[in-house]
Design a protein around this ligand. Structure first.
Ligand code: SPV
Ligand code: MN
Length: 622
């Protein structure tokens, strides 16, 4: 294949010039191969120019992947009925012959997977324009930066990337000038579409991760979690790159907690879906850095983090004026926003749990003429908006962003939070004794209960290591070991566990905003300015501190009764959790010894406390 003539055959002069200005043979080869395989009518190449981003946004509107709404800058995008979330069933690693990945990961022999994928990609761009864009994971011109090449036939995908990531064309140029370098490659094909421009061929939806070549291929899907290369597709590649290079790629938000006298303390948090992740990152009075992906590196002897992204692809359900005022304002004012899979009625977007009446008719992911009670193609009654309906916004449009969010040197990490969802086990906030105790008993034992709303069977607990289980591209044991050993000889952040979902008689024991208090307490603990009680599962707050903080942060009385209900140490439940985890880790071939030791020590402490004080112990009795 003569690469230049393949490129020339499909590009106008301007695009060819943009591509060749990078002087990168690896980029040219990947683009040429995509042209040969997907046979687009034409190829368009974008740079970091604002006009190129504007072109992609307009293209998304012109080809009806996005529909403009009356508020300036707002559009809505719909995904197919069966394309409303990540699809772990068809997301697989391509493994070279003779290699195997952990049996817990979905995998396929590499050549077989590539051939299957090529069949699906062949001719997929016929009659369409192939879009070639360059973005960057993490800040540009920084040790964190990972340049990425995105190829897609979806203008919605690159429009989303323009909002969610740093531009990377100049970064490619900069790095290409120093010879070959590693970059991530994403090739996405929308596949056949309906008249609404949503994917038709759900049966052949595939997402294949070719880690040997730092490439991810996805077909027959449009949902951003399967198509926006820099989001979860990149995380799986980044976890392996981090392993090779001695850093960490995590599924975490980054926020700035504001301490006394202007002190800035950065916290990172891993929470499975629906455990309060974005709302913690967006607590009123604190500052957001990022809400989904964080890289950790040691820089000049310091544990530092950078936000991988530059925007938010957030769940819109339950966003209300009261609970999420900053997001609410962005969603109700002029400015660039993509709504995904909401209900649109008279040009206004509506979503479940928005705290307003939702119309009985409108346009949504089910139909352009949806009516309440409408039955979906699967025979199920449909909802006005999907429960995974989303908004896409730029960080730069949020008033509460930390001005330092894009620092190329990253930000120092004061604390790491692992947030689960349990109705009856862990206290709302606790601090680990040590890094190892935190990684093992909080991160590695993270669980999220399904709610009655989603499954019918309530309280089914799902194990989700560091909330990264869906994205692990190596064994659980190796990933844990990397976490345990990271920054071993340095001052490491304090580790905390949270649980906002304790219940009594079916009712939540905590208010939505209580997390604002837990964050202030963690901030003080990081600086040695609050005391704590040893609760056998970690260190918990003292009543006096919480009473003062509830008053200070929320102007609320915090009663002794609240404290006792929320911070009672529930030993049988905590032991049952340990039982579950010991069973799970018995199936992990390479569980680190430290993990086994931490579980055993936790059991011993809990049993000793039970022997001394009984099953359920008031925090006043510790
Ligand atoms: C998540 O599910 O963790 C998300 C959304 O952040 S997705 O892009 O689908 O991964
Ligand atoms: Mn996520």
């Amino acid at each position: 294949m003569d690469i230049q003539s393949v490129l020339k055959g499909k590009m106008d002069k301007a695009s060819l010039q943009k591509l060749n200005a990078l002087k990168n043979q690896d980029v040219n080869a990947f683009v040429a191969r995509a042209i040969e395989l997907c046979t687009p009518d034409r190829v368009w190449v974008g740079t970091d120019a604002d006009e190129d981003a504007a072109y992609c946004r307009q293209l998304a509107i012109d080809n009806k992947e996005e529909i403009p709404l009356p508020t300036a800058g707002h559009t809505v995008h719909f995904d197919g009925y069966y394309d409303q979330g990540r699809n772990p069933e068809v997301t697989k690693y391509l493994v070279p012959k003779g290699e195997t990945l952990d049996p817990k990961l979905k995998q396929l022999e590499r050549q077989q997977g590539l051939s299957e994928m090529e069949q699906l990609q062949r001719g997929a761009y016929k009659g369409r324009t192939m879009l070639v864009r360059f973005f960057c994971l993490g800040p540009v011109n920084s040790v964190f930066a990972i340049p990425c090449l995105q190829i897609t036939d979806s203008a919605y995908v690159v429009h989303s990337e323009d909002m969610l990531y740093r531009k990377g064309y100049e970064e490619f140029k900069r790095q290409s000038a120093c010879g070959p370098f590693e970059f991530f490659k994403f090739l996405h094909c929308t596949g056949e579409v309906t008249e609404r421009m949503t994917c038709k061929d759900h049966e052949h939806n595939r997402v294949y991760i070719d880690y040997v070549d730092n490439a991810v291929y996805s077909v027959n899907t449009q949902y951003a979690g399967n198509t926006v290369g820099l989001k979860k597709l990149s995380l799986r590649l980044a976890i392996r790159k981090a392993d090779r290079e001695g850093w960490l790629a995590e599924h975490m938000f980054i926020m700035r907690a504001n301490g006394p006298e202007g002190r800035k303390t950065y916290l990172c948090g891993a929470y499975p879906s629906a455990c309060g992740k974005t709302s913690t990152a967006m607590i009123p009075g604190e500052n957001i850095v990022g809400d989904d992906l964080a890289y950790f590196r040691v820089i000049n002897g310091e544990f530092r983090t950078a936000n991988v992204e530059a925007g938010i692809f957030g769940i819109i359900q339950d966003v209300t004026a009261h609970s999420d005022p900053v997001i609410w304002n962005v969603l109700h004012n002029e400015g660039e926003v993509i709504f995904g899979n909401v209900l649109v009625h008279n040009g206004r977007p509506y979503w479940l749990g928005m705290g307003e009446d939702i119309p009985d008719t409108g346009m949504n992911h089910v139909s352009t003429t949806w009516t309440r009670g409408m039955i979906g193609p699967d025979g199920e009654e449909t909802t006005p908006s999907h429960k995974n309906a989303r908004y896409t916004v730029r960080l730069n449009n949020l008033d509460n962003r930390d001005p330092d969010w894009d620092n190329p040197a990253g930000l120092p990490v004061g604390g790491i939070i692992y947030g689960g969802r349990e109705s009856d086990t862990d206290v709302p906030v606790r601090e680990a004794y040590t890094w190892e105790h935190g990684i093992c008993t909080m991160g590695a034992m993270l669980e999220s209960e399904t709610t009655a709303a989603t499954t019918g069977a309530q309280g089914v607990r799902k194990w989700n290591v560091m909330s990264n289980m869906d994205f692990l591209s190596m064994s659980v044991g190796k990933y844990l070991r990397n976490n345990l050993e990271f920054a071993k000889h340095l001052k490491r952040p304090k580790v905390f566990g949270t649980n906002y979902f304790l219940r009594k008689d079916g009712k939540y024991l905590n208010g939505m905003l209580d997390k604002a208090v837990w964050v202030k307490w963690m901030e003080l603990r990081i600086h040695g300015e609050a005391e704590a009680l040893d609760a056998a599962c970690g260190l918990i707050p003292k009543y006096d501190d919480l009473q003062r903080l509830f008053q200070q942060v929320l102007s609320m009385d915090y009663t002794e009764r609240n404290y006792v209900e929320q911070f009672t140490i529930r030993i049988p439940e905590l032991l049952a959790k340990l039982d579950r985890m010991e069973k799970i880790y018995a199936t992990v071939a390479d569980t680190p010894k430290v993990m086994k030791d931490e579980m055993a020590a936790q059991r011993q402490r809990l049993e000793a406390l039970r022997a001394a004080k009984g099953d359920h112990i008031s925090p006043f009795n510790l």
